[in-house]
Design a protein around this ligand. Structure first.
Ligand code: FES
Length: 96
């Protein structure tokens, strides 16, 4: 369930849950998924961090993400480029 959290860390931001196996991470729409996963101790492989290489591809099992700037790397349906995807709903992911 997407939630509006108002506290000193999240400051009235919409927060979404990212499910990865038995882990749950709360993320905002303020920055891409990759750095938020990293701060939670979830390491995703990456190279360019700008949407060119597709090294950060992860599987999107359900939920919605958006790309403020369309990445140059090809993204197959059901996959996400974590370095440039903004989470727009609660999602469930799997690392490759
Ligand atoms: S790290 Fe290169 S596309 Fe994400």
């Amino acid at each position: 369930m997407t939630t509006l959290i108002s506290d000193t860390e999240h400051q009235d931001r919409t927060v979404h849950r990212v499910l990865l196996g038995k882990k749950q991470v709360l993320v905002t729409e303020d920055e891409p998924l990759l750095p938020q996963l990293e701060r939670s101790g979830i390491l995703v492989e990456y190279q360019c961090r700008e949407g060119y290489c597709s090294a950060c591809t992860i599987k999107l099992l359900w939920g919605k993400v958006d790309y403020p700037i369309e990445p140059l790397a090809w993204v197959n349906s059901g996959y996400v480029l974590a370095c440039c995807a903004i989470v727009k709903s609660d999602i469930e992911i799997a690392l490759l």
